[in-house]
Structures are given as structure tokens and as C-alpha cells.
Ligand binder design. Sequence first.
Ligand SMILES: [Zn+2]
Length: 154
Amino acid sequence: MRGAGDAILVAIRLSGSSVGPPLYPSALIDDGDGGWREVLRLDALVAVEDDEVHIFRTEQAPTEELQGRTFRFQQWWTPHAFYVAADTDRSWENVRSPDPQNHVHCVLDQTTIEAGEGDGTAWRSGNDWVCSSCYQRYIVEDRLGIRETPPTTP
Ligand SMILES: [Zn+2]
């Protein structure tokens, strides 16, 4: 593990299971006796060395010693979610959240989007809905570094 500005780079050997893209965002999970626990959030894949060792970037400093330990690798996004966040050709519209009986889910974090939640608005592109916090984090700020150009926000 080594520092690079604000980001921390961590080398992880992915083995024993078949994982497909997208490999981030993801997390290391400890499946303990009391249920699962997120040990470290992984924000981006930076490099792959010798097929198995993956270098990830994280903004979250680990709170415990991780060296040499084994964790479950949890992918958070479907290929569609990654495509939605990375696609800079999309136009996004800030719209009023639907009534609860017609609620939708954020394609990025599955948050329920409905009137009465948050500021009452969300972002929509075609059939894909994104909640305001995901829109800020992944579309505007591009925290994963997967968009080449930021959107023009009205
Ligand atoms: Zn969301």
C-alpha cells in the first residue's frame, strides 16, 4: 500500500473466483460471524500486474491491518450501471421524483427515488434514473475517473 496524493493505492490479488467487469466501484468484505462488513472501499482500478494482482485506488484510509489477509471481493455495479455513469454522450434532466406508488431506483446505488425523499428531484436519462447524491459524485465530480468530459449542468 502506498500513498499518491490524497489517494491510496492498494494491491489486491484477485483469485479463486470468476470476476468480470466492472471491477470498480467495489469493496473488500469481511464475512465475519456477525454478518458481513465492508473493510475497504475500492474506487478505481489503476493497473493489473501479472494477471492476478490488481492495483486499486481508494480515498478511504484502511482502519486496520489488511496485509496478507483474505477478503471477499464485492463488485457494486452492474455493467449497465458502469456504462450509464461513463457515457458522456447522455443528456441528463433534473426532474421531480415520482410519487411513491411509482417509485424508481437509482441505477448506481439502488436508492429508492420517490417524492418526499431528499430535495424531491432526481436525474433522468431515458429510462435510467440516478439519485442526486450519485449524480453529484459519479457524473459531476467523476469520482471514479471514468468520464472524459464533465457534463454541462444547466
Ligand atoms: Zn444513487
